[in-house]
Design a binder for this molecule. Structure first.
Ligand SMILES: [Zn+2]
Ligand SMILES: [Zn+2]
Length: 758
């Protein structure tokens, strides 16, 4: 019997080779019909024997092209029309836009082979791509995803490219950015004045300059990188000095996995992450000795490494005699990445010696993503290129909410139905460039999703830029969300949880409902609300923000709190190296509470311990002291844990840190090494939070524990606490797909606002 079915497919089905895939599948099964991209996804009609149509429906979701992702399929019966062919129709614009745009995808194996094949017509063509790879998100202006709505619109395909584009059997069938050396974008090498440098091949020339120690700005997918030979200490130092980036590690790119194995330990999981089509920067343990310049990632046991993801990167690394390149965002520290050629020459003047540019416009900024494999999962540290705009899939359909995120590592989140769209990493909203990027990101999300949010969610901190922006909007209901509640809700949403959980929210800074700075919080929470069940006892942060920059201030604050001025007579190295005059000032500030806010921050506790053991007195980037304290942990069999006291307070507990500091100071007096102290401190945290979870389970019968907040980027803490809670019978939920740090805050804000009590 002949039948005809109409099939609507939703998900990531545009720009990923979905139509040629359906065309081939229909042809194999001798089905006639049609397929078209719509604004909601893809619309298919198939006609043929009922067995063949059944087979088509069964195979459709299982043999997908690698980048496609189906979220929903709707099938209906249609009358047969007895046409004998299968046709691909032009896209039509629809009313609602549910089609998902694919992220940018690393160049595929087939394209890479052609790139290095001297007989191929695209030999060494730096913009080679096909339906399985290439730029997407960063070149899209609007949807449906068609060439006319991308920055490829200005390039007219030559007859050879057009033939591939029109041929359903070709790998480049409807590959929107399809191009070749004849008809597509091209590369130029510029000097610091924006003048073209004469060279037979600009990429070979750029590679030669890099080999000679120059810093070259390289236009990539989501913005410019600053590149330098990673084995050349002088070049890396120069880059640090020019970028005004003192200690924060640089990411490095190497030609292939074998090169990376020369300086990093690599297991199967790490290898798979490096080779994944998202091509994130992966944090992997350094080998010793290794040939990479020490100043690439000083005092850190890991290196952030990644593989080439554009054809241009492949050529640059193949041409150069270097083992690896530092590839860091083309910006001054903490500003958004530069994307436009002229903008780059202006903004990066003084940073780069040369500019490797091209004339395919980047429409959207997108930094490299960063993941760290921890406890068997790839944990997002920065979720950006390669992952955005794939939504986080939610358990339930929610009303449209826009959440504006926090102050540092900002992202925004827009909810549409069961999809939460997190923006790319926007950065620290402390500078003007980032403000603009923030507004761009909000507008772009609203445009490509065609969502007009009904609710606006923001952090309670009155001084955050995003909060002030939200409060200035009119004609929309606004919901303030407490920082740590948002962290726990983010973890719950990622794990599709409902109902109440025990939430451990550990981080550096979050505005509390009592106006103090929270950061070591145990919450009993659901989406609608929370109870603060335990927290670290408050201490003063002498100097406010200055105490974040200078961990030694926090150490003084804790010592003064528990030992009074007697600590000045302690015979420990920390006290010996103190500037007494500055300490006096600090003690008076603490005493009078002048510019010394109260905090329960876990990050500040890490700072204090890091300073006391001599790991770090001043930081040059966020969380540096805590990261270095984790890195200092020595492998050992001892399982000593520093004590904390739990003091009943209301229905919950105060976590008193006095016993910790008493024992820690005694260990310092006996000359115990920083590595051992760090280990005991971490173990103490594992111990006390497991104890608190157990006490709360007794009280509430809750057995699910959610871990979130930037502190859980600490691999030792996360692994040990998960294991410990697991042994005690808890169900433990953590963040991986979404950052545990403030990059994941907007997701939590959005779901909390969506569940607000009305
Ligand atoms: Zn390809
Ligand atoms: Zn061409």
């Amino acid at each position: 019997m002949e039948v005809r079915k109409g099939i609507e497919v939703f998900g990531i089905v545009q720009g990923v080779g979905f139509r040629p895939y359906v065309y081939r599948l229909a042809s194999q099964l001798h089905l006639s019909g049609l397929i078209t991209n719509t604004a909601t996804g893809v619309s298919i009609e198939v006609e043929g024997s009922s067995e063949a149509v059944e087979a088509f429906l069964a195979r459709l979701p299982v043999e997908l092209p690698p980048l496609a992702h189906i979220t929903e399929v709707a099938v209906r019966d249609l009358p047969c029309d007895h046409h004998r062919e299968f046709r691909i129709l032009a896209s039509r614009a629809g009313e609602e836009r549910r089609a998902l745009i694919s992220p940018d995808v690393a160049v595929c194996r087939d394209c890479r082979r052609e790139l290095f094949d001297p007989t191929d017509r695209r030999y060494r063509y730096p913009f080679i791509n096909c339906t399985n790879c290439g730029p997407r998100f960063t070149i899209v202006r609007d949807i449906p995803y068609d060439r006319a709505r991308t920055s490829m619109a200005t390039f007219r395909m030559c007859p050879a490219c057009q033939r591939e584009y029109d041929d359903p059997a070709n790998r480049r069938f409807h590959a929107q950015p399809n191009a070749c050396g004849e008809c597509g974008p091209h590369v130029e090498l510029w000097d610091t004045l924006g003048q073209r440098v004469a060279a037979s091949d600009p990429i070979t020339e750029a590679a030669a300059r890099l080999e000679a120690g120059a810093i070259v700005a390289v236009k990539g997918l989501g913005g410019f990188h600053l590149a330098a030979d990673a084995t050349n200490q002088a070049a890396v130092d120069r880059l640090r000095e020019r970028k005004r980036r003192v200690g924060k590690p640089f990411a490095i790119m190497a030609r292939d996995v074998e090169s990376i194995e020369q300086f990093c330990h690599l297991d199967e999981f790490g290898r798979a992450l490096l080779l994944s089509p998202e091509r994130p920067v992966v944090l992997l343990p350094k080998r010793h000795p290794h040939p990479i310049a020490e100043s690439v990632a000083p005092l850190i046991r890991d290196l952030g490494v990644f593989l080439p993801y554009t054809p241009l990167h492949h050529l640059l690394l193949a041409d150069g005699g270097f083992l690896a390149l530092v590839m860091t965002s083309g910006n001054l520290s903490e500003e958004p990445i530069a994307i436009d050629n002229q903008e780059a020459v202006t903004r990066l003047a003084g940073l780069a010696d040369f500019f490797l540019v091209h004339n395919r416009d980047i429409l959207l900024r997108c930094d490299d993503s960063v993941v760290r494999p921890t406890a068997g999962q790839a944990r997002q540290w920065r979720r950006s290129r390669g992952y955005v705009p794939v939504p986080v899939f939610l358990r339930d359909e929610l009303p449209p909410v826009l959440a504006v995120g926090g102050e540092l590592k900002n992202t925004v989140c827009l909810i549409k139905g069961r999809h939460a769209f997190l923006s790319q990493h926007i950065g620290d909203l402390e500078n003007l460039e980032a403000y603009r990027f923030f507004e761009e990101a909000v507008q772009h999300l609203k445009r490509i999703l065609e969502v007009e949010p009904q609710l606006l969610a923001y952090d309670l901190h009155p001084d955050y830029f995003a909060t002030r922006w939200a409060l200035a909007q009119t004609g929309i209901e606004r919901v303030g969300v407490q920082h740590h509640h948002a962290h726990i809700a983010s973890c719950m949403a990622e794990n599709h949880l409902e109902g109440k959980v025990i939430g451990l929210a550990l981080d550096g800074t979050g505005y509390g409902t009592d106006g103090n700075i929270w950061g070591g919080e145990v919450l009993l929470a659901d989406y609608a609300g929370f109870e603060r069940a335990a927290h670290f006892a408050y201490v003063r942060m002498p100097g406010g923000a200055a105490a974040i920059q200078e961990p030694w201030r926090m150490a003084v604050s804790y010592l003064a709190e528990y030992f009074g001025e007697a600590f000045l007579d302690f015979r420990i190295p920390f006290v010996a190296q103190l500037d007494r005059r500055r300490v006096e000032v600090l003690l008076r500030m603490i005493e009078r509470g002048v510019n010394s806010p109260l905090t329960s921050s876990c990050g500040r506790l890490f700072d204090a311990v890091a300073a006391l053991v001599g790991v770090r007195q001043r930081v040059t980037y966020e969380a540096q002291a805590a990261i270095e304290l984790e890195m200092a942990i020595e492998a050992s069999d001892e399982d000593v844990a520093y004590p904390f006291a739990l003091v009943p307070e209301g229905r919950g507990w105060l976590i008193d840190t006095r016993p910790l500091f008493e024992v820690l100071v005694a260990d310092l007096r006996e000359g115990l090494a920083a590595g051992a102290i760090s280990r005991r401190f971490h173990n103490g945290l594992v111990e006390v939070f497991t104890r608190l979870a157990s006490l709360l389970r007794e009280r509430t019968r809750l057995n699910r524990v959610c871990l979130s907040g930037g502190t859980f980027q600490n691999a030792y803490l996360l692994e040990q606490l998960c294991a410990r809670l697991g042994t005690n019978g808890f169900e433990v939920f953590t963040q991986a797909e979404v950052p545990a740090g403030d990059g994941g805050l907007s997701l939590g804000q959005a779901v909390v606002a969506a569940h607000r009590p009305k």
